[in-house]
Design a protein around this ligand. Structure first.
Ligand code: 6PG
Length: 241
């Protein structure tokens, strides 16, 4: 059963997401020395990250990863790493060696392979080779893509890899590295944050039957919390609101 939390507006959705991420971090660190969180890029989560930065005093043990990254310079305004650095890493004073950025300067193929190796090295495994992140924070595109897994793309079906190169993303920039759906679903928990009327059809489709045309519908229905504002939830059937 999918859990959803619907708030009045984008600000309260950001607040709720920040609090849920902070709670997941605190819960994990109660019994472990490290917690591994993959973050979403794009624009929606920025405010949640800004709020999150103020919700912990001690970030020791928190390792940040990226569910996807655009193959651009990491200090570019197009880079998810840049947005996370501005919104969370710098304000919270998180140690750079705990922020695992995708080494995009290596080029797409080597960046993907290097990132997969780093995930294997740092993150405990779900089953042998598959790293088990503690939390994956995800966004949602208007076409229901999540991370950089776009509708009916070859990347969606990759189940034996940790991350993939996406060379033809319909959302610019076109070349990206994305964690696979297998890795996202191997995480202990997922949070999907979506706000705004333009996301309402994608939200409703994502919470309907799994469909390769609707990537986010392939996210596990267990341990996944959808945090929505009322606008993004406006196309959901009544029983899901
Ligand atoms: C990216 C993101 C992507 C994003 C959605 C929603 O690199 O673009 O990871 O999956 O979450 O496209 O983007 P917005 O939050 O900007 O609408």
């Amino acid at each position: 059963m999918v859990a959803s939390l619907i708030t009045p507006d984008p600000e309260t959705a950001a607040q709720a997401a920040a609090e849920r991420i902070a709670a997941a971090i605190a819960e994990r660190l109660a019994t472990a020395t490290q917690v591994h969180v993959a973050l979403a890029g794009g624009g929606t989560p920025r405010r949640a990250y800004e709020i999150l930065a103020g919700l912990r005093d001690d970030w020791t043990g928190v390792h940040l990863w990226f569910g996807d990254e655009r193959v651009v310079a990491l200090d570019s305004d197009d880079a998810n790493a840049q947005m996370v650095t501005e919104a969370l890493v710098n304000p919270a004073g998180i140690a750079r060696d705990h922020v695992h950025t995708v080494p995009t300067h290596l080029g797409a193929r080597r960046a993907c392979d290097t990132y997969a190796d780093e995930l294997r090295r740092h993150v405990g495994d779900a089953s042998g080779w598959m790293p088990m992140l503690d939390l994956a924070v995800l966004g949602l595109g208007e076409d229901a893509h999540t991370a950089s897994l776009f509708p009916v793309s070859a990347a969606l079906g990759v189940s034996d890899k940790i991350c993939v190169v996406v060379a033809d993303a319909p959302k610019p920039p076109p070349t990206r590295i994305s964690m696979t759906m297998a890795v996202l679903n191997a995480a202990r928990a997922r949070i999907v944050l979506a706000t705004g009327t333009t996301k309402a059809p994608a939200v409703a489709a994502s919470l309907a039957e799994p469909d390769l045309h609707v990537p986010a519908s392939l996210l596990s229905r267990d341990a996944t919390t959808w945090i929505l504002d009322e606008a993004a939830a406006s196309d959901l059937p009544r029983n899901l609101r």
